[in-house]
Design a protein around this ligand. Sequence first.
Ligand code: GH3
Ligand code: MG
Ligand code: MG
Ligand code: MG
Ligand code: MG
Length: 344
Amino acid sequence: MADGSIKKMGEVARRTLATPALADRTILLVDDDPANIQHVREGLASQGYRFREAHDGTEALRSLREVRPDLIIMDVEMPRLGGVEVCRIIKANGGEGGFGFIPIILVTARQAAGKVEGLELGADDYLVKPFDMLELSARVKSMLRLKALQDAVVEKNRELDKANKELAQKREELLALTRVDALTGLYNRRYFEERITEEFIRSTRYRSPLSLVMMDIDHFKKLNDTYGHPFGDEVLRQVARTIKGKLREVDFVARYGGEEMIALLPETGPKEALGACERVREAIASLQLEHRAQDGSHQMVRCTASLGVASVPAKSLPVMEELLRVADACLYKAKAAGRNCVRQ
Ligand code: GH3
Ligand code: MG
Ligand code: MG
Ligand code: MG
Ligand code: MG
């Protein structure tokens, strides 16, 4: 490896391991003997740490959520709940919503006994009494660095999670936008074509009735020419809202072309479809469209629509192209019959 890259790695390591500001770190000291706690406190006094104390394992566990220590220095030999057992409980509850990662230094007077067990159970370091204060201080720093790195990783993961969720939501919103007609808020033709295929598969599988309605505003060109294109747009919005308002939540309404809308009515046979179309036709014809002219005058404008409806009765097999063709032919018949009517 080139000298340069080794030097660079050395710098990175120095920066990563540089002792962070530790003055605000909280260390939980757990020992049944107050003299031991005092001893450790004195040994670490010059470092500026915050200390909290617990005098047995149960008290330590109870205080954990409130204290939120960055490090636990804990005696192994304690009445009721020993340090090794407390260590096991903390490490077993380290996950999300648990205690998180808290480094633990176990301390015991006994040579070796419990050392392996403690480390196996997840203690991060081990000290045998009587210990050297300089060693304690160095190990504490090492553990606090470990904790800081772990916290940074957790924080990064949290940020990534959040960013991922936002991205997924954005994707959903964008997908929804690609399905909607911007002017009327109805679905667009492309999405209609996706959905009609699905509805046909469903209708075929269950032999359930299905109806298709094609609607076209009458003499819309004249409306545009007389009152202007923006007014025509407003009429389109109101007609779209009216159609949606007169059909059911499960009916699928889309803008098929300029002033042509299409609706798919699942579980709807010829009779019910005709009734729904009449309701829609009547509601459109009753719309009071208010036009305001530049000179301030305003007048009520009416519009009508013609509807063609084709249905697949229950138990028969639908043919998609046939249904579209029949609905279109019926719309043409409605136009030919004088408009503002429904043909089936
Ligand atoms: P018919 O009764 O036979 O349907 O006559 P019509 O005038 O409604 O039919 P035609 O197809 O001749 O005219 C449709 C008009 O719709 C022409 C077009 O400019 C207008 N149009 C299409 N899209 C829009 C739109 O988004 N906004 C407005 N304001 N007008 C539109
Ligand atoms: Mg003890
Ligand atoms: Mg036309
Ligand atoms: Mg028209
Ligand atoms: Mg048309």
